[in-house]
Design a binder for this molecule. Structure first.
Ligand code: XBP
Length: 257
């Protein structure tokens, strides 16, 4: 099957955003007078729960604190306002190689899309700030946040993107940074590249097509941690096409959940 679409996760994959999410959560907690503070170690554990509202609810329950859905929604809205402000202030840049691969894909006639658990406002702010006003328009589909009820590791957000683009999973490559994200993409039958990240860890990626420490730039080569070797210092469209061809011809069977 020929490669047609690249589908990108956002947090940890397009950009190292989770520290800014964490700061925004803590600022919203402080403004609400809650004595909650998520340090890096705790946040690394809480990231097992995808979705900010779900993460707040999970944390409140583990603390034995009662908080209703309306209060969670208000708290999460305050957090999102703070996070978007950080993004729009230019605090976050795309990871090395992301802009290069997006433009290489476009030049090769591929479509690019997004499948993320984060809120749509966060995605729009990041794409506009890092890729310019037309940034969101580069993507044929942006699947985000509450567009699906079941968030990653459920495959629903990826299935929504496949459906909207009317493309077969075998003709796509997904990019993820966590085991939850890899599980979601593979559950939708999509061959997946893992780019390891600050909070994503380096384990639990056995089902990935390739595991690299990033997409790479010519002056900042990427390192292949698992999977088929790549030609040069960066992961490009030619590498993805070859990996997809080799995978479909060998062990890597695309097996939807
Ligand atoms: C990462 C998430 C999100 C962010 C916070 O999404 O799980 O919940 O941590 O953003 P992905 P929200 O890796 O799929 O991009 O507070 O808007 O959920």
């Amino acid at each position: 099957m020929a490669l047609e679409v690249l589908i990108f996760d956002v947090d940890g994959t397009l950009a190292e955003t989770e520290e800014w999410h964490r700061h925004a959560f803590n600022a919203a907690f402080a403004a609400a007078g809650l004595g909650w503070h998520w340090d890096q170690a705790l946040y690394g554990e809480l990231l097992e729960v995808t979705g900010g509202k779900e993460r707040i609810r999970h944390y409140a329950v583990t603390c034995g604190e009662a908080i209703d859905d309306d209060a969670i929604a208000r708290l999460h809205a305050a957090k999102t306002t703070r996070y978007v402000a950080s993004v729009e202030a230019g605090a976050i840049t795309l990871r090395p190689g992301v802009s290069r691969l997006l433009h290489e894909a476009q030049a090769a006639g591929l479509r690019v899309a997004i499948a993320t658990t984060t809120s749509p406002a966060n995605v729009t702010a990041l794409l506009r700030t890092t890729l310019g006003p037309e940034g969101p328009g580069l993507f044929a589909c942006i699947g985000a946040g509450d567009m699906v009820a079941a968030k990653k590791p459920a495959p629903d957000i990826y299935r929504l993107v496949l459906d909207r683009l009317q493309v077969a999973p075998e003709c796509c490559v997904a990019f993820e940074d966590t085991p939850n994200g890899l599980h979601a993409a593979r559950g939708a039958g999509i061959p997946t590249v893992v780019t390891t990240s600050l909070y994503g860890g380096t384990a639990g990626f056995e089902d990935a097509l390739i595991v690299v420490d990033g997409l790479g730039e010519t002056d900042a080569p990427c390192r292949v941690l698992r999977g088929v070797p790549i030609d040069g210092p960066v992961l490009g469209v030619a590498d993805l096409r070859r990996a997809l061809r080799d995978a479909s011809a060998s062990r890597f069977r695309v097996t939807p959940e």
